[in-house]
Structure formats: C-alpha cells, structure tokens
Ligand binder design. Structure first.
Ligand SMILES: *Cc1c(COP(=O)(O)O)cnc(C)c1O
Length: 467
C-alpha cells in the first residue's frame, strides 16, 4: 500500500479497484460507467478515503460531488449509452454517441469558448479572457486538469476533449504585453482546470516573469483552485510543497497580493486535518484564501449547511466570496435550483452568521452579460417581482442598478426571466447586437429547447474535437 499522501487517481479505467466499491451494487457501478462516458470522471485516494462518508453512500454529498450519478443524464441519453455498452459496441461508436449527447448539454454557456478573447495588435491571445474591466483570466496550458473532477463542473467540455478553447502556451510574454497595454487591469486570475496541478517550477515560469515585469497596475494575482479540498497534500507533503509555498511567499512579499480562490462546496471538506493544516500553511505564506461555491441540489441545498460552512471558513481565516447558481450546462437539471429558492437559502444562511461571514455575495449567475445577483422578491402596485442587479457587468455602468423581473418561482437561469411592468427588454438588453443580450423571443426559445433537450440552432456548428 502506498502512503495515504501518495496521489492515486481513479477514473473509469480503474475505479472498480477502489476497495469501497464493494459496498456498491453492480447496477450502481454500471451507472458510473454509463454517465462517466459522457461527463468527466476522475477522483483520487484522498477524496475516497477522507472526504466521502461511505456509510451514507449513495446519498453522501461528497460521493455525489465526485462520482457520476444515473440521474445526471436524461433517461433517453442514459439508455442510449447503456444500450451501446450492453451490446458491446466499440469505443468509437460509444464516443460518437457521447459527443452527440454532449452537444445537447449546452457545452459553452455564456459563450465560454468564443467570447471575451482579448487581442493585442490585431492578434487574438489564446488562453485568455477579458470580460470585466479590472480582471483578466489566464488559462495556463499545463493547468487544465484537476486532482479530481466535480460532477457539476461548468468547464466539463474541456475535460472530455470537446472544447475549442485554446489554452495559453507556456509563453507568458504576450500576457505581460497585454497587461502593460491595459493599465485598467488590476487583477490577474489564473484558472483552469486547476493551476495548482502544476509543479512549483511550472507555476514559477508564469509568476516570476510577471513579478519581474513590475507592472504598476497589476495589484493582485488570483489562482482558482480546488486543491485545498481535493488534494491538501499539495501544500504539505508533495515533493515540491515547500517550493510552492516559497513561491507564494515571494509573490506576497513583492507587494502583489496573492489570493487563492478556493472552491469548497460542503462543510465536510473543511474537516480533515490535512485540509486545516494546508489552509494554515497557505496563510502563513502570505497568501489570502477566498472561498466560493455554487448552490447544488443533492449536495448543499440547505441554509444551515451554508451557515456552518461560512462560519468554519472564517474560523480558519478564509474569506467567503461568492455563492453561485449552477450554470446552464451539463447536468444542470440535476443540480440546479430555482432562482427564488436559491435566494431563500442564501438569505436564511446569511441571517444566521456573523458580519465577518457576510463578505459573501449571492446568489449570483455568471451569464453572458455579467454576474447577476438575485436580491429578493418584492411587490410593486400589486405585481409580484424579482429584484436583481449586476455584481459585474460587461458594461461597468450596469453594476448595482436594481432591475426587475416578473416573479417566476420555477426559473433557474437569467434567460428564463421576463422583464416586469410589461417591458419588452431588460435595460442591459438595449445595447444588444453581438451576443447573449438577444431579443426576448430568442431567450424564450432557448429555454424551451433546453427543456426538451434539443440543441439550439448553430450549436451543431460549434467546432469541437473528439479527443
Ligand atoms: C467572476 C469573474 C471574474 C472576476 O470577477 P470579480 O468580481 O472581480 O471576482 C472575471 N472574469 C470572469 C469571466 C468572471 O466570471
């Protein structure tokens, strides 16, 4: 037996060797194989041994978070793949069917792959997105996997080889040129995948040139990561853990703030001793930890759980940042909650925590136009309304202007909402023309198609590869 802190990945190829699989029926293992053909599946020995409560499987939230579940596919999609597997179809046929199904799961929500790609001197910059004035996203090519995959992941297409998004090369010079040309950018967000899958040496090849460039506008470097939860040994006992922490310290001492944008979806993830130690080490390095999570049915749709999670995060010195609504992609029908219900959960949780936990904002939808927060339900002149506002907008002037939608307790995403007071568009849709701020009719059609699992027109033209 290798040590507990030696990383062991489990995928479709070897998950049956996990000792705890003996507890599962053959039927459940088959479900994992079926759904795992369509949605990404990878877990590891820490998740299996220290996060999942096998006494509570199949209802255990950490199990649901990391293992494919039958209901994550529609019955028709499930049957299609199951039939192929049962009949011994070859790998190519299964892959083709899986890709056809994937295209029906809205693989590029909010124009993930094609929009917001910045240009410099007329050339588009691969591996970058610049949507909000202050913050540039950078996807380092070696950081595009994770220690384990979340079953809800909105970037799932890139893990099944069907994203047309090009990741940044090792080359960091173009990024530096872009940041120099854009003094309005104060924040750089390294994201993925999980950039902390990279060795300290690889990560240093991005961070050190950025520091050496001494860009006066670059004040913060953020790293989006799930490593604190899924592989805390990254900061404790991996061979290069000391180098990684030293690198964090170097950034912090340079005067640029380093923030880990840590994903924690359930308070259980904060319990294992290695996680608590890893949080302490990161904080000692001078980095700040901010936390975020989507609200997920079957995993964390309970206000008491969120209150516990935010409290514990603050106890450990982390700063609660965002609660998201799960995006309109992949298995959203399984994880998604109505916007109104999400607000109730947020409000009930927020009411019972101290002010130090109330740095969190939400529930928020990351849509094409920006991050939209559901502020609450209200009534004006007898009309029941939903009140919303932008926390981030493609146009900075949209931010913090309350706007109103007709009350809809079933709607799960922004594009299902109708403007209140009989208006035909939301205020931000006036500036339509190039994308997601499309006329209402198109929103309605898209929502209806999604309910019937039919790809919208144009979806089949999305370039993709069957990796
Ligand atoms: C959330 C997000 C950011 C960062 O926004 P902050 O409000 O500064 O945290 C940047 N780019 C995109 C595309 C985002 O979704």
């Amino acid at each position: 037996m290798p040590g507990r802190n030696r990383y062991q990945a489990y995928t479709l190829a070897n998950f049956r060797a996990i000792p705890q699989m003996e507890r599962l029926s053959e039927e459940m293992k088959f479900d994992i194989e079926v759904v795992g053909r369509v949605l990404p599946f990878k877990t590891n020995n820490f998740v299996v041994e220290q996060l999942i409560d096998w006494e509570r499987v199949p209802d255990d939230p950490m199990f649901i978070l990391t293992f494919p579940q039958r209901d994550m596919l529609s019955p028709e999609h499930y049957e299609e793949i199951a039939g192929l597997l049962r009949s011994g179809a070859d790998a190519a046929a299964i892959r083709m069917a899986a890709n056809r199904i994937r295209l029906q799961l809205n693989p590029h929500p909010a124009g993930q792959s094609s929009r917001n790609i910045p240009t410099l001197e007329g050339e588009s910059l691969d591996g970058m997105q610049h949507k909000y004035r202050e913050t540039v996203l950078f996807f380092p090519s070696q950081g595009q996997t994770c220690h384990a995959y979340c079953s809800f992941c909105f970037r799932w297409p890139q893990f099944v080889g069907m994203s047309d998004f090009k990741f940044a090369s090792r080359e960091v010079d173009r990024l530096i040129d872009y940041l120099r040309a854009h003094p309005e950018v104060s924040d750089l967000l390294l994201t993925g995948g999980d950039p902390l899958i990279m060795s300290a040496r690889n990560l240093a090849q991005y961070l050190e040139p950025l520091l050496d460039a001494r860009l006066p506008n670059l004040r913060r470097i953020r790293i989006g990561t799930k490593a604190l939860s899924y592989w805390p040994y990254r900061f404790l006992s991996d061979e290069d853990a000391p180098d990684l922490l030293a690198l964090f310290g170097k950034v912090a001492r340079s005067g640029v703030q380093l923030a880990l944008m840590a994903h924690f979806n359930h308070p259980r993830e904060l319990e294992p001793e290695p996680v608590r130690q890893a949080i302490a080490r990161v904080r000692e390095s001078g980095a700040v930890i901010r936390t975020q999570s989507p609200l997920l049915r079957h995993v964390n749709d309970d206000p008491a759980l969120w209150a516990r999670m935010w409290n514990e995060q603050v106890n450990l010195g982390c700063v609660p940042y965002y609660m998201f609504l799960s995006r309109d992609t992949g298995a959203q029908h399984y994880f998604g909650l109505p916007i109104v219900r999400a607000w109730e959960i947020f409000r009930q949780a927020y009411q019972r925590v101290s002010g130090l936990c109330r740095t969190v904002r939400g529930p928020s939808m990351s849509a094409g136009a920006g991050k939209v927060q559901m502020l609450g339900v209200s009534e004006v002149n007898g009309e029941k309304l939903m009140v919303l506002r932008f926390l981030q907008g493609r146009n900075p002037d949209w931010v913090h202007r309350p706007f109103f939608a007709q009350y809809d307790e079933k709607a799960t995403w922004l594009d299902e909402l109708r403007p209140a007071f009989g208006e035909s568009r939301f205020f931000y849709e006036e500036e339509a023309g190039d994308g997601p701020h499309a006329p209402l009719q198109e929103h309605a059609e898209r929502a209806a198609l999604r309910l019937r699992n039919i790809p919208p027109a144009g979806a089949e033209r999305t370039p993709w590869s069957c990796g």
